[in-house]
Ligand binder design. Structure first.
Ligand SMILES: [Zn+2]
Length: 195
């Protein structure tokens, strides 16, 4: 084999390598582009409506708690959205490293991680669970005080410090979740605008 053959063989190998690398990078860029589109659609169609429903339910629950107990809040429960769509599985599936490449921006990446943790936090206590916890605590107190009828407990709750405290704590907890949900909703808007 003369030097020319050797050289062309070597060049051929180098060109093949460059092409293979170019193909790999192109494929990766194409995949990222696709993944980015799916991620933005997920934020828009799953996360955002999920957060909006959570906020709506929490606001309704706050009103229920403030006016509890009366015949409406006892008999006519707000119908809570079970929010099956509020989940951050796609974040886990993509992984935080890949999400960094998808967002292409340190600040946006941080917002994505915040949304992920916020959803975990919100899901730990859904509005219908907050509602049930509140009712259980009030019921336990009414029982302790010997209230038997709805009118008994409405009359008792009028000047009851314990029921007022239960309301204050429940409202405070709901405010914390509301703040988180609202801030994540803003982050969703920013991501959809800038990604
Ligand atoms: Zn009492």
């Amino acid at each position: 084999m003369d030097i020319n053959n050797l050289l062309s063989g070597f060049l051929g190998a180098v060109i093949a390598l460059i092409l293979a690398e170019g193909w790999r990078l192109g494929l990766m860029a194409w995949e990222r582009k696709k993944k980015r589109e799916i991620f933005v659609a997920y934020i828009k169609n799953v996360i955002k409506p999920g957060l909006q429903a959570y906020i709506k339910d929490t606001l309704a629950l706050k009103t229920d708690i403030q006016t509890y107990p009366n015949h409406d809040t006892i008999y006519n429960h707000h119908k809570f959205n079970m929010l099956p769509s509020l989940n951050a599985d796609i974040f886990k599936e993509l992984g935080f490293n890949e999400l960094y490449f998808l967002t292409k921006d340190f600040d946006l990446h941080e917002k994505v991680i915040d949304i992920y943790h916020c959803i975990d936090y919100l899901k730990a206590t859904m509005p219908y669970e907050s509602h049930q916890n509140f009712i259980d605590q009030c019921d336990a107190h009414f029982k302790e005080k010997g209230c038997k009828t709805v009118d008994d407990l409405i009359a008792h709750a009028k000047d009851c410090v314990t029921i007022n405290d239960i309301k204050l704590v429940a409202d405070g907890n709901l405010n914390l979740r509301l703040d988180s949900a609202k801030s994540s909703l803003l982050s969703c808007e920013t991501i959809m605008e800038r990604i």
